[in-house]
Design a binder for this molecule. Structure first.
Ligand SMILES: C[S@@+](CC[C@H](N)C(=O)[O-])C[C@H]1O[C@@H](n2cnc3c(N)ncnc32)[C@H](O)[C@@H]1O
Length: 508
């Protein structure tokens, strides 16, 4: 059997089959194949940690065209592979892939893996390698309850309703593994930080022996967007021992990472954000001040439809809409190139293109009576479906924004770090009455800080400087990374960022 030739055929097949599906269809079924270099990297590592004299009993429960099976055959000696089994739900990939591999010993099942009954002990597998479907939770609505039960029964994993299909896959595969069997899962690394990932982390710490988590460097261009924020999680199906450690690696390849660090399981049990490893040290229990000691942090307003609700001054004037029913609002961080905003006499920010958000609290009949032009504009919104959008529909008055007062301090909420070490977040001092949308976080000074600012008018500039001196790393330790190197920070996460500089400013 020439596996190199089969791999060439497989790659062509993969490209052909992918091209016949839309991106949306592939999203719904989690159909993003593993690049061959990565599949090889994964199987090479599997071989390094797999017991030397054991025969391989291989399972890939989300097989696709079989990038892992192909890599298995190019990395492991043929005679060491005793059994190989794959499941694939979609005939579109399943049928041609099954045909491709008929000349090999692969057992290929075109079936929903989550509905299969786990095998008896002697038929279980000792090497599971899988890139499970990363289907978001809202696409598996009808299946959730069943899947939850299965995950609990199979692996004692209490999966949250917000978890994607890949979490259930990991749990449901558990009873397919032989004792001491090895598993390598290529999954989105966000499980390391987000709330729904807790169940996966508990499984990895309590039900199996977690060996290694490797994360790729998001700026590494070798993978496309679907994979840059992925992690490969390695574990052994064995009860965990006390005092064991887990290897966290980052960048480079799994076997030759750019950074690595061993972290004890006891630390992992306490740490909510596993993505801080290996680049950051263990969190020290500290009494050091945090931003939450000085600010209440909230997200900016979510309008429900920025295009409809946010207008330029020109647009408002052209339609003769009443400016008093609008509030000034800052443009998205992308279009804001300053860290300090001055105010004009009306409290509007001094900038070339002023923007305003419609925020009218009057009932529709009153709008009709007092502001006929605004009424016509709202009618347009109704006709074009704005009032039916989720956020609008769930408001008492669909065109009234949530109550959020403006603040002196804002922070850009989503950012991309670049290779020059540019900070992915930015604080802004706002002297105007402008509010911000939810692409910013709002920092409301607490009464203690307000008092200090009243005593010392220049303090706000100093505060801005201190906030912008917080290192990108301190911020990223609290935030999370998404695909394409995007960083995100939730209000609670920003609240946890150390604020030592602010304390020293105030004690001065
Ligand atoms: C992320 S892709 C990985 C494919 C392949 N193993 C690879 O690494 O290139 C996940 C695959 O799982 C399949 N899949 C989705 N739901 C499934 C299910 N319930 N049972 C079996 N396969 C499923 C998808 O059709 C897709 O081919």
């Amino acid at each position: 059997m020439n596996f190199d030739e089969l791999e060439c055929e497989r790659k062509l097949l993969q490209a052909e089959l992918d091209s016949k599906k839309t991106q949306e269809e592939r999203n719904i079924m989690g159909q993003f194949s593993t690049p061959d270099t990565l599949a090889r990297d994964v199987l090479t590592h599997a071989k390094n940690i797999f017991p030397k004299d054991n025969k391989v009993l291989f399972l890939d429960p989300a097989f696709g065209t079989g990038s892992f099976y192909s890599a298995l055959n190019s990395v492991f000696p043929h005679e060491s592979i005793e059994i190989a089994t794959g499941f694939e739900i979609d005939e579109h990939y399943g049928k041609p892939a099954k045909k491709l591999w008929t000349r090999t010993d692969l057992n290929y099942h075109i079936a929903d893996f989550t509905n299969q009954i786990p095998p008896t002990e002697e038929n279980k597998y000792n090497l599971v390698i899988c890139n499970p479907p990363y289907v978001r939770h809202h696409h598996i609505k009808e299946l959730k309850e069943q899947l939850k039960e299965k995950a609990l029964e199979a692996a004692n994993m209490k999966v949250s309703g917000l978890a994607g299909l890949y979490c259930y896959f990991m749990a449901i595969t558990h009873p397919w593994m032989k004792k001491d069997g090895i598993a390598g899962w290529l999954i989105p690394s966000e499980f390391m930080d987000v709330n729904y990932g807790k169940a996966v982390k508990e499984y990895l710490l309590n039900e199996v022996t977690l060996l290694q988590i490797h994360r790729f460097d998001p700026s590494d261009v070798q993978f496309d967007d679907a994979l840059v924020s992925s992690a490969v999680v390695w574990f052994k199906n064995k009860e965990p021992e006390d005092n064991s450690t887990v290897k966290f690696t980052y960048g480079g390849t799994i076997d030759n990472p750019e950074n690595e660090k061993n972290v004890s399981v006891s630390i992992l049990k306490k740490e909510k954000k596993w993505s801080r490893f290996p680049l950051s040290e263990e969190r020290e229990e500290s009494n050091e001040p945090k931003l939450s000691d000085y600010f209440t942090i909230k997200r900016g307003i979510a309008t429900g439809d920025n295009k409809f609700f946010i207008l330029t001054r020109n647009q408002i004037e052209e339609r003769a809409l009443p400016l008093e029913q609008f509030r000034p609002i800052l443009p998205s961080p992308r279009y804001l190139d300053t860290t300090e905003l001055k105010s004009d006499d009306n409290g509007y920010p001094v900038m070339e293109q002023q923007l305003f958000v419609l925020d009218c609290k009057l009932p529709l009949d009153e709008v009709k009576r007092i502001y006929p032009n605004l009424y016509n504009y709202l009618e347009e919104g109704i006709r074009s479906g704005v009032s039916d959008r989720y956020l609008c529909k769930n408001r008492k008055i669909w065109y009234a924004q949530e109550n959020r007062s403006e603040s002196l301090f804002y922070c850009t909420y989503i950012g991309r770090s670049d290779q020059e070490g540019k900070k992915p977040f930015r604080f802004i001092l706002n002297n105007s009455k402008a509010i911000v949308s939810n692409s910013y976080l709002i920092l409301y000074p607490n009464s203690k800080l307000e008092k200090e600012m009243n005593k010392k008018p220049q303090l706000k500039e100093l505060l801005l400087k201190a906030l912008n001196q917080i290192t990108g790393k301190a911020m990223l330790d609290e935030g999370r990374v998404y695909g394409g190197g995007m960083h995100k920070l939730e209000p609670k996460e920003l609240a946890n960022v150390p604020a030592t500089l602010i304390t020293s400013l105030i004690s001065d």
